[in-house]
Design a protein around this ligand. Structure first.
Ligand code: DGP
Length: 117
């Protein structure tokens, strides 16, 4: 399989389609969601094509840690830390996942509600 996998996010990783990239490391890419649900809505993804947290394994332990820490750092730089924000990852159909490439949503800049619906 080519680098990044076969989804729309793989195309963003390979720069085959444009995205507003906000951060990149060797293993992680972050870009603004095309359909933002809040003033700040950023997706943080591993470059490795893991379809969701449910498909991650022991070999991904470090990568998942990096993903979460990068998300917190991006939120900090986005100025979201003082008021708070939400990090969420959707899994499968009932979870509302539409792109089968693991991603963390950073949602901030407005009050979030619970339960999320
Ligand atoms: P989810 O429903 O959790 O699988 O979230 C997928 C998100 O991906 C959704 O909020 C919209 C976003 N998205 C889908 N296609 C694109 C795209 O081509 N570019 C960007 N930047 N975001 C996309």
């Amino acid at each position: 399989m080519s680098s990044g996998g076969d989804t729309i996010f793989g195309k963003i990783i390979r720069r085959e389609i444009p995205a507003q990239i906000v951060h990149e490391t060797e293993h992680v890419l972050a870009f603004r969601d095309i359909s933002p649900v809040a003033p700040s809505h950023i997706l943080v993804i591993p470059k490795k094509p893991i379809s969701s947290v449910a498909s991650a394994g022991p070999a991904d332990r470090e990568l998942l840690g990096e993903l979460l820490l990068e998300a917190a750092e991006i939120a900090r730089r986005e100025g979201l830390e003082a008021d708070g924000y939400r990090i969420v990852t959707n899994i499968g159909s009932f979870g509302g996942q539409t792109v089968p490439h693991l991603h963390l949503h950073i949602i901030g800049g407005r009050q979030c509600h619970w339960p999320p619906g």
